[in-house]
Design a protein around this ligand. Structure first.
Ligand code: NAD
Length: 486
């Protein structure tokens, strides 16, 4: 298996434009999930470095706001150009981060798109004026940046979070301290280096890989005026408790257990292709948007299952750096063990029938953390398999008869991030989409984040939005200014 490329991995903490290699958070062996062997030893941020980064960010924020909107816009456009020139390198860094197949090179182009989109907001009006009842005073409603924003990224999304959180924060006038997971530090660090290279003020984007300790220090820091957290639901509870220290506002982008509803009138080939990609195959099911509950109408249950299982079974499994490979390992040994335990429990508890996969992959891939794409059919929606976010390549197929039953099952979960509807009857698709308790509903489509579309959760999948005007406004606070007219 290919274990190295000609890329030099960035190792350090990017603070105030400098790559710092000594830190108080200790050293971490970054393991490449495809081989189980170390990629690099990296320093982690502790409270001391978080403090330095927040200071540097405040200095950079003040400088950033002395630039005209046109200059800020042009610098962001230059950043988009630099990302564009480095797309192949970003794809490889993403792979070295968490062994996502290099063929799935979607995230760096997304970063470029978000920068181009939000650069266009820098010189657009953010405020308004209103009359005031009972006077002729001037009343201005202005939207101002928070100053310094802390952004915490999960290991499976450092570039997506850079795109959808860091970029609008900058466009709104903030500086950012970005904390990628220690499991996936490299692409985020390279993004930070590009920010410095194109001439953004040093410290406008600080990148500090860290674990829970550094993340906690960031959330509790009094100089951080807003926290944008993306990660698991349980970690979010801890983050919210820490944010209560300074009453720091938090956006929370959390997990999901998405329903993927296939109606009898759907195009079954397209539905099977989307369901396979969006279910166990994309990032080995390690995506917040994983369509892990596949609800299929009885009239097409067997026909759909044949196509779906055939799609999943033909994934090309192997070396993530090989461009022909579409399916890679899960993130770690402990994640692999957890997922296998969930599969065993589902079998023992009779949650459904295991019709595909279910085992660790051996042979040439045995050193990596590969698990077979796994499908259970005839699953009971109240089972742990259907209610818990596995965050691995495991899907539960559930049978339904009527539209009402599909909606009831789809909404019977504590999560509400994404939902998918497959139907050629657009009246039905629209009707069902309106009743689904999810922040994003995709009709005859896979989950495809765009800078124009607000993305985020209902229920325990979180609150706040990334993307769209809503995503920009997360990084602006409102000030009302009234001027007396004499
Ligand atoms: P995680 O919750 O374990 O960690 C997320 C981040 O929080 C990491 O950077 C981690 O180091 C940090 N962290 C951990 N403890 C912390 C603490 N006490 N204080 C501050 N920060 C702390 O999640 P993960 O395993 O990295 O990612 C998987 C989860 O993320 C899944 O639940 C997935 O659904 C979710 N996710 C959601 C979205 C979305 O947009 N809604 C996108 C990607 C991933």
């Amino acid at each position: 298996m290919t274990t190295s490329t000609d890329i030099t991995l960035p190792r350090g903490l990017l603070i105030g434009g400098d790559l710092v290699t000594r830190s108080s958070g200790g050293m971490h062996d970054h393991i490449y999930p495809a081989t189980g062997r170390p990629n690099a030893t990296i320093p982690l941020a502790g409270a001391t470095e978080i403090d330095q980064a927040v200071d540097a960010a405040w200095t950079a924020h003040r400088e950033w706001m002395t630039f005209t909107p046109a200059r800020r816009r042009d610098l962001l456009v230059a950043l988009a150009d630099a990302v564009h020139e480095n797309l192949p390198e970003f794809a490889q860094l993403n792979t070295l981060d968490y062994a996502v197949p290099v063929s799935y090179a979607a995230t760096a182009p997304l970063l470029e798109e978000f920068i181009r989109h939000f650069a266009g907001y820098v010189d657009k009006p953010h405020g308004s004026s209103t009359p005031v009842s009972g006077s002729f005073d001037v009343n201005l409603i202005e939207r101002e940046p928070y100053g310094v924003v802390g952004v915490i990224a999960p290991w499976n999304g450092s570039l997506v979070v850079s795109a959808s959180c860091v970029v609008p924060a900058l466009a709104a006038g903030n500086a950012v301290v970005l904390k990628p997971s220690e499991l996936a530090p490299f692409a985020a660090l390279r993004f930070g280096e590009l920010c410095v290279r194109v001439g953004l003020p040093a410290g406008l984007v600080n990148v500090l890989p860290a674990g829970a300790e550094g993340g906690d220090a960031l959330v509790r820091h009094p100089g951080v005026r807003k926290v944008h957290f993306t990660g698991g639901t349980d970690t979010a509870r801890t983050v919210l408790r820490a944010a209560a220290t300074n009453l720091t506002p938090v956006v929370a982008e959390l997990g999901g257990k998405s329903a993927n509803i296939v109606f009898g009138d759907a195009d079954l080939d397209i539905a099977a292709a989307i369901s396979g990609h969006q279910g166990p195959l994309m990032q080995a099911g390690q995506s917040c948007a994983c369509a892990s509950r596949v609800l299929v109408q009885s009239s097409v249950y067997d026909a759909f299952l044949d196509k779906f299982v055939a799609t999943v079974a033909t994934a090309t499994i192997g070396d993530p750096l090989d461009p022909t490979v579409s399916y890679g390992p899960v993130i770690s040994e402990s994640a692999a063990n957890r997922i296998l335990r969930d599969i065993d429990d589902a079998v023992t508890q009779g949650a459904g029938e295991l019709v595909l996969g279910g085992k660790r992959i051996g042979g040439a891939l045995s050193d990596g953390y590969y698990i077979e794409p796994t499908v259970f059919t005839g699953v009971d929606n109240s089972s742990a398999l259907a209610q818990t976010e596995t965050f691995g390549p495991v899907v539960a197929v559930i049978r339904f008869d009527t539209e009402e039953e599909a909606i009831r099952i789809a909404n019977d979960t504590r999560y509400g991030l994404n939902a998918f509807v497959h139907s050629n009857d657009l009246s039905r698709a629209h009707r069902v989409a309106r009743t689904l308790e999810a922040g994003s509903v995709w009709v005859n489509h896979f989950s495809d984040i765009s800078p124009q579309g607000p993305y985020g959760g209902y229920k325990q999948s979180g609150f706040g939005r990334t993307g769209g005007l809503e995503g920009l406004q997360e990084f602006l606070q409102v000030k009302n200014i009234r001027i007396a007219m004499r």
